[in-house]
Write a protein that binds this ligand. Structure first.
Ligand code: PAF
Length: 279
């Protein structure tokens, strides 16, 4: 596996490759990321992964500085997965001058849910993803459903800019107790880790109510928020949305059995976890 940090060298290395499958990451790789590498392998060749903790998508009081950086063990894992190139730019490589041009998702998608609680985060995500795509020029790129809103925003960006990169969605990888794998799980204490699966259990309870015909979505969301709060979580949202555009469904939408997804973000101690479940 070649480890490359400069954009120029990356372009030299990948020149002429027409079927590159790309998996962008922020490192601290777990089994969920590795499953994305395997999916990438099925959709293209060579597989290129990137590791870059993107300052632009973190708020001023978020965990950019303490975000886990485990480059050596990440590189070993990627090598074992048969990754051809690991693109690991420094901030100077990727942002040699202040990144003044940014991609702004439409407000209805970018400022809701995660965007409401982490203002501007998706501008940071789309900007870096567009730039990484420009560097790697992949035929396909893999994004996990764990970051459901991110996946949708990137998919729409790729379509609206007619990017030559097909976006492929990967299922969320879960621990046996249901907790979605995330680099941020490493922040949890032992007691918090034991409590953490309650987030996914709560999503399942909401989803089952809806599947059983309970369409009082507001009450269901409130029930879930109250339950988490009682268990000493600090929930930002539990929200049932349309899968197609992440907007709240109208009565007419519900009457037509529109496809739904329930999404949540909640803090457990100092750790903010997100998860979602298609209903
Ligand atoms: O999902 C992530 O890890 C990041 O948001 C991404 C897509 C690598 C952009 O920095």
């Amino acid at each position: 596996m070649k480890i490359i940090s400069s954009i120029e060298e990356l372009r030299d290395q990948l020149r002429g490759q027409l079927r590159t499958a790309f998996v962008p990451t922020m490192g601290n790789l777990h089994e969920g990321h590795l499953s994305l590498m395997r999916l990438a392998r099925r959709h293209g060749d060579p597989v290129v992964a990137s590791i870059f903790v993107n300052r632009l998508q973190f708020g001023p009081n978020e965990d950019f500085d303490k975000y886990p950086r485990t480059f050596q063990s990440d590189a070993e894992k990627l090598e074992k997965e048969g990754v051809y190139v690991l693109f690991a730019p420094t901030e100077k490589d990727l942002y040699p001058e202040p990144q003044e041009y940014r991609v702004r998702p439409p407000d209805y998608l970018g400022n809701t849910l995660e965007g409401e609680f982490r203002p501007g985060t998706f501008i940071g995500v789309t900007t870096v993803v567009l730039k990484l795509f420009s560097c790697v020029q992949p035929k396909v790129a893999i994004f996990g459903k764990k970051d459901y809103q991110q996946l949708m925003i990137i998919n729409n960006m790729s379509k609206q800019f007619a990017l030559p990169t097909e976006i492929i969605a990967a299922e969320t990888w879960r621990a046996e107790d249901g907790l979605a794998l995330s680099s941020r799980n490493g922040y949890l204490s032992e007691a918090e880790r034991a409590e953490a699966p309650v987030l996914y259990q709560t999503l399942n309870e909401v989803a089952n109510e809806v599947r059983n015909g309970n369409l009082n979505l507001f009450a269901l969301e409130k029930m879930a928020m109250d339950k988490l709060a009682q268990r000493h979580w600090n929930p930002d949202y539990v929200s049932i949305r349309k899968r197609a555009d992440l907007q709240a469904p109208s009565a007419a939408d519900l009457a037509q059995n529109v496809e739904l997804v329930v999404l949540t973000a909640a803090k457990l101690g100092n750790t903010r976890l997100i998860d979602n479940l298609e209903i």
